[in-house]
Design a protein around this ligand. Structure first.
Ligand code: FDP
Length: 298
């Protein structure tokens, strides 16, 4: 099925090498449900499944000589793969791993960058391809290459192409993260209460990929994860979470900004594990949030 997608040969090979990872992860889940002894670069205790997923992804990349280096949430440093490679591949091998013991959906998210541009130009110019696997009832794969979005879903006999909706300007659901801010940020609290009163449905899964996949599947909504005193720039990871999901949804007419109102895809990153806040989704709703909560007028 991947051969039906219009991708350069190298990018198709990359996806083909990774395509079995979600099912292999699913099959191994019950063996790796405990915490590991490892604390990742973000100061979080890794689950054994985080480390297993990281190994699965790394093993799948062996032999891909166009990959110059990789950066993962579970690796402190950049790992060099091929001196002559062109790309830096950044990934979170298991997004939402804190939910794994509760049998909720999780994700694996990737961003492929031009390795010479990534720290020198805005993300929209260095991102070559973004994709994620959403591992729920079925496995879904969402890909953005050159603003062409492909949505595949795994059924019994392999991946099948599914329709993908443009994201409507108006939101009908709201996924507000980091709600401890409600006690200190009156604007955020008032906004949430008023939007719920206006009829927006509350839908927060605590796994970025699930939240984004929901928003995309419902053709609208808003996801919010603001910064706080502990994470002054936000808790989410720019290069391997926030940038790829922004790259995907913005190609479907959505907006994606940080807590200072900057468009995510206009940012120039400075390091592989950089953190970010995120406000993303239906464009009118992001504009409303910008005005009411960030207090920024267009
Ligand atoms: P997790 O810590 O489980 O890896 O990036 C981290 C992330 O999940 C996101 O996937 C998710 O949106 C967010 O953190 C959840 O944070 P809260 O537990 O604070 O809601």
């Amino acid at each position: 099925m991947l051969s039906n997608i219009n991708l350069p040969f190298e990018l198709q090979r990359l996806l083909e090498n990774l395509i079995a990872v979600p099912n292999n992860l699913r099959a191994a889940t019950s063996k790796y449900l405990s915490e590991s002894s490892n604390v990742n670069v973000h100061g979080e205790q890794s689950m054994q499944l985080d480390l297993f997923a990281n190994d699965l992804v790394k093993e799948s990349l062996v032999g891909l000589d166009f990959i110059h280096s990789i950066a993962s949430e579970e690796e402190d440093e950049l790992i060099y793969m091929n001196t002559n490679g062109k790309y830096l591949l950044c990934f979170d091998p298991l997004d939402g791993s804190s939910l794994i013991n509760t049998n909720q959906a999780v994700g694996i998210v990737f961003a492929l960058y031009d390795k010479d541009k990534v720290f020198n130009v805005p993300l929209k110019e260095s991102l070559i391809m973004s994709f994620y696997f959403h591992i729920g009832k079925n496995n879904s794969l969402l890909i953005n290459y050159k603003d062409n979005i492909t949505h595949l879903e795994y059924l019994d006999d392999g991946f099948h192409v599914k329709d993908v909706n443009t994201i409507n300007e108006d939101a009908n659901n709201i996924a507000p993260g980091n709600l401890k801010l409600l006690s200190t940020n009156t604007r955020y609290k008032d906004y949430i209460l008023s939007r719920l009163e206006s009829g927006l449905k509350l839908r927060y899964f605590a796994c970025l990929i699930s939240d984004i996949h929901f928003l995309l599947s419902k053709a609208g909504g808003i996801f919010i994860y603001l910064n706080d005193d502990k994470h002054v720039n936000g808790k989410l990871r720019l290069l391997y979470e926030v940038a790829p999901v922004s790259h995907i949804i913005c190609a479907l007419n959505a907006k994606s900004i940080n807590h200072t109102g900057q468009n995510i895809l206009d940012l120039i990153p400075s390091n592989i594990h950089q953190n970010s806040s995120l406000v993303a989704g239906s464009s009118s709703e992001v504009d409303l949030f910008t005005e009411l909560v960030l207090n920024i007028k267009e």
